[in-house]
Ligand binder design. Structure first.
Ligand SMILES: *Cc1c(COP(=O)(O)O)cnc(C)c1O
Length: 542
C-alpha cells in the first residue's frame, strides 16, 4: 500500500501519519485532518467484484488498511476483529441490507448502543490504543465528546475502563430521548464522566470545541501528563471506518443480485453533523459507483439548504421560493413557523438565531455541522484558504457563501439536498410499516421521506441505498405515537408496547436499562463545561 498522510483543512502543511492524526483528533491549527490522497478500487484496492463474499470485518479491514497505512496488518486485523464480532453486534452479518418499499435499507444499528455510531465507535478505541502504542505516547488520553444523543453512549461503551483514557460526554439537557439519556447516565466504568448541559447540541459542541481551542487548558492538561482528543466524527479514527459500510452495502447488493457490477447506486443519508454522508462521499471518491448523494435534513435544514444553494446560513432560512436552487432537487413546502416548535431557550446564540427546532429525530437537531468543513476543503480544490475563510465567516457572521466553484462541484459530485418536516417524516414511517411491515426509526424516516419526494420529483430509476441509522426502539415514544399506540406511563412502556404490536425483538442493550441505577445525574451550565472538566481532572489554574 502506498503510504497515506493526513493534512489540516486550515493550512498547516505538516503531514501526519494516521496514528498521529488519530491521537491528535484535531489538527494543530484547529482544522480537521483529511486524507491527502484517496486510494482507488482496482488500483490500491482490489476490484469491487473481488470483495463479494467477504465478511463485514474483512471488508472493513481492507478499506481501513488503504487509509491507515502506518498500521501493520496484524494491528489492523486485531482492531477489526475486536470491533466487528457477534459479541458487539446482534447480527452475524453485522450490517444487514433490507429491501423495503422503494429503497434498500443499510441497517447500521445492530451494535451495542443500537445506533450507527457503533459502527465507528466500536473500533475507534482500539485504533486509539494501537496508535498510542505505536507512537510511544505516554499521556493519559482525555476523550471529550459532545453528543446529540447517540455518539455519547457509543463512545462510553467503547472507552469505559480502557486503561490510559478518561472519557467525558456532554449531552443536551433537553432534546435527547429519555432512552438515549438513560443509556448514558447508567454507564458504568471508573473513567467515565457524563454531564447534561443547559443547551442544545450546538452549544455542547461549541463548549467542547472551546476547551480544545484553549491552549492554556491543554498546557494545564499536559502538566498532568494528559492530552485531549475527540471521539466525535471530527476524528479520522471515526470517519474512515464509516466508509467501510457503504462499500459493504454495495458489495452485498452485488452479491444478492440487487445490482450489477459497475451499476450506479444513489445513497441517501439522514444528516446531522455531516459525518455519515461525508463517509459516503469518500466511498464515492474511492471509485464506488455512486450516482446521487442525497442529504436529508429534518426541520433544522441548514445543510440541505446549503446543498441546494451553496450558502450556509445558520441564522436565516432562505425564502421557500429561492430560485438559486436551480436544477438541484429541493423539497418544495417549507415548514415556516406555524407547525414548527421553536426552542427559544436554545436559540439565544446569535450565530444560530435560525430557530433551533426540537424534532422527533433529535440526533439530527444540529445547525453547525463540523464535518462540512472537510467537504468544503475538497470541493474548493484542497484549498485551505477557502475552508478557513468560510469557517471564519461562520464563526463571526453565522453564514458563508461557498462560491460558484463549490456550487458547481456539489452538483458534479451528485449532491442533492432535501428536508422533511415531522408530519411528512411520520407519514413515511407509518406508510412503510403499513405496506411492508418494516419498521424504521424517526431519523431513517426523514431520509425515506426525502427520498420519496425526490422520486416523485425526478422519477430517477437508480436504485437507492438508505443509511438506516438507529433502532426504532431508541425513539420508542415517537414511534409509538406514529403507530397510534396508546400513551404509557414512561418511555420504557413504549418499548414493550411496540414489541407487542410489531413482534420485532427488542435490542438486548435497551431491554434492561430501566432497572439500571443512574450514576451520572449532573447537569451543568454550558459556560461551565471547561470548569467541570478541570475539576474532575484536578487541573490547577495557572
Ligand atoms: C448521529 C446520527 C445521525 C446524523 O449523523 P451525522 O453523521 O451526524 O450526519 C442520524 N441519525 C442517527 C440515529 C444518529 O445517531
Amino acid at each position: 500500500m502506498k503510504p497515506q498522510y493526513y493534512i489540516s483543512t486550515r493550512g498547516d502543511k505538516q503531514l501526519r501519519k494516521s496514528a498521529q492524526a488519530i491521537i491528535m483528533g484535531l489538527a494543530a491549527d484547529k482544522g480537521l485532518f483529511v486524507p491527502v490522497e484517496f486510494p482507488q478500487f482496482g488500483k490500491e484496492f482490489p476490484k469491487l467484484a473481488d470483495f463479494v463474499g467477504l465478511s463485514y470485518a474483512a471488508v472493513a479491514e481492507m478499506v481501513i488498511k488503504g487509509f491507515f497505512t502506518d498500521f501493520t496488518g496484524e494491528e489492523l486485523a486485531r482492531c477489526v476483529e475486536s470491533a466487528y464480532n457477534d459479541r458487539n453486534f446482534d447480527r452475524q452479518d453485522i450490517v444487514p441490507v433490507r429491501k423495503a418499499g422503494k429503497a434498500y435499507f443499510l441497517e447500521l444499528y445492530h451494535g451495542r448502543t443500537a445506533a450507527f455510531k457503533d459502527m465507528a465507535l466500536s473500533i475507534h478505541p482500539y485504533l486509539i490504543k494501537t496508535a498510542v502504542g505505536k507512537e510511544g505516547e505516554d499521556k493519559t488520553l482525555v476523550i471529550l465528546t459532545a453528543t446529540s444523543g447517540d455518539t455519547g453512549k457509543a463512545a462510553l461503551a467503547g472507552f469505559a475502563d480502557v486503561p490510559g483514557t478518561e472519557i467525558f460526554v456532554f449531552y443536551p439537557g433537553s432534546g435527547v430521548s429519555e432512552i438515549q439519556r438513560r443509556q448514558m447516565v447508567t454507564q458504568e466504568g471508573s473513567n467515565v464522566h457524563v454531564f447534561g448541559i443547559d443547551g442544545n447540541f450546538d452549544d455542547a459542541q461549541t463548549a467542547v470545541k472551546n476547551v480544545f481551542n484553549d491552549n492554556s487548558f491543554s498546557a494545564r492538561a499536559a502538566e498532568k501528563n494528559m492530552r485531549f482528543t475527540s471521539a466525535n466524527s471530527i476524528s479520522i479514527g471515526r470517519l474512515i471506518p464509516q466508509i467501510a459500510y457503504y462499500v459493504y452495502g454495495y458489495v452485498k447488493l452485488l452479491e444478492n443480485g440487487g445490482i450489477k457490477d459497475g451499476e450506479k447506486l444513489n445513497i441517501c443519508v439522514p444528516t446531522g453533523n455531516f459525518g455519515n454522508i461525508l463517509a459516503a462521499y469518500y466511498a464515492k471518491t474511492l471509485g464506488l459507483p455512486v450516482a446521487k448523494l442525497i442529504c436529508a435534513s429534518n426541520e433544522n435544514n441548514v445543510l440541505s439548504d446549503f446543498i441546494r444553494t451553496g450558502v450556509y446560513d445558520a441564522k436565516h432560512r432562505p425564502a421557500a421560493t429561492d430560485s438559486s436552487a436551480s436544477s438541484n432537487f429541493s423539497v418544495a413546502d417549507c415548514p415556516e413557523a406555524g407547525s414548527s416548535q421553536a426552542n427559544g431557550e436554545a436559540a439565544s446564540d446569535a450565530k444560530t438565531s435560525r430557530d433551533f427546532i426540537v424534532t422527533t429525530s433529535p440526533s439530527m437537531d444540529i445547525l453547525i455541522s463540523s464535518n462540512l468543513e472537510r467537504l468544503l476543503y475538497h470541493l474548493s480544490g484542497n484549498d485551505a484558504g477557502e475552508a478557513l475563510r468560510m469557517m471564519t465567516a461562520l464563526d463571526i457572521e453565522g453564514r458563508y457563501d461557498a462560491g460558484d466553484t463549490v456550487r458547481e462541484r456539489l452538483r458534479e459530485n451528485g449532491f442533492v439536498g432535501g428536508f422533511a418536516d415531522m408530519k411528512k417524516t411520520h407519514s413515511a414511517l407509518a406508510g412503510l410499516w403499513a405496506e411492508e411491515r418494516y419498521l424504521i426509526d424517526t431519523h431513517t424516516a426523514v431520509a425515506y421521506a426525502v427520498y420519496l419526494d425526490y422520486l416523485k420529483e425526478t422519477e430517477d430509476k437508480t436504485k437507492t441505498l438508505i443509511a438506516s441509522t438507529a433502532s426504532p426502539y431508541k425513539f420508542a415514544k415517537s414511534i409509538a405515537g406514529v403507530l397510534g399506540l396508546p400513551e404509557t406511563e414512561n418511555e420504557f412502556g413504549y418499548i414493550d408496547e411496540i414489541s407487542g404490536y410489531t413482534g420485532m425483538p427488542v435490542p438486548a442493550p435497551l431491554a434492561d436499562i430501566e432497572s439500571k441505577p443512574v450514576l451520572h445525574g449532573d447537569v451543568v451550565a454550558r459556560s461551565e463545561v471547561g470548569k467541570t472538566i478541570a475539576e474532575v481532572l484536578g487541573l490547577v489554574k495557572q
